[in-house]
Design a protein around this ligand. Structure first.
Ligand code: PGA
Length: 217
């Protein structure tokens, strides 16, 4: 069986001092037997988190939460693929919060995935349902129904598994579930045959809770 993939999506949260505190509290709880852990902090925090993980020799990967659809150049405020590659191996693309608040279209998501691949990053592509468009080049798909994000009302493991089966039938390598995952419900999702891991938002902000999720996943 493939190791579970557990991803923390911190969204637009945490200052530098809050992250230092998180890392100090998290590392004693950290127990990664056969699991791949990926933390996705804000871009401003990538450098700090990377140094900390290296110093402590923690086997945790880093991911960007977003990526510019352009290469380097005159795009004020954007962070491009080559810049992300300095710190991270993964990048989240297609999150519903970006589709909604930043009007990311399928065409923009295609451009982003092209650059992710060109620069050797691994995309984690978010879908909101089994029929969401998925650009070419994606291997890891994360199903995050909008009603479940940040609400405390997750989808049912059975339904998530059915979406997973449909996605796997299309040939995608890995399928994740995200939306109100916590230490109480994580095992009910990761025990489903089509689910290879979880994408965790709110519950990953608490280092002790995230440690428990990793253990129980
Ligand atoms: P949530 O967010 O765990 O807070 O529901 C998940 C996500 O949006 O990635």
């Amino acid at each position: 069986m493939n190791p579970s993939l557990i991803i923390a999506n911190w969204k637009s949260n945490k200052t530098l001092s809050e992250v230092e505190d998180w890392l100090e509290k998290f590392s004693p709880n950290y127990n990664s037997i056969n699991k791949t852990i990926i933390i996705c902090p804000s871009f401003t925090l990538l450098s700090e988190v990377k140094s900390y993980l290296e110093n402590k020799k923690l086997k945790i990967e880093l991911g960007g939460q977003n990526i510019s659809q352009f290469e380097n150049g005159e795009y004020t405020g954007e962070v491009n693929a080559a810049q992300i590659k300095d710190f991270a191996n993964y990048v989240l693309v297609g999150h519903s919060e970006r589709r909604k608040n930043f009007e990311e279209t399928n065409q923009i998501l295609d451009q982003k995935i092209n650059l992710v691949k060109k620069y050797g990053l691994i995309p984690i592509f978010c879908i909101q349902g089994k029929d969401t468009y998925i650009p070419k080049g994606v291997g890891i798909v994360a199903y995050e129904p909008i009603f479940a994000i940040g609400t405390g009302n997750s989808d049912t493991p059975k339904n998530a598994n059915e979406v997973g089966l449909a996605i796997k039938r299309k040939g995608y390598e890995k399928f994740l579930y995200g939306g109100s995952i916590n230490s109480q419900n994580v095992a009910s999702f990761t025990s489903m045959p089509s689910i290879d891991g979880v994408l965790v938002g709110r519950a990953s902000l608490d280092p002790v809770e995230f440690g428990k999720i990793i253990k129980l996943a």
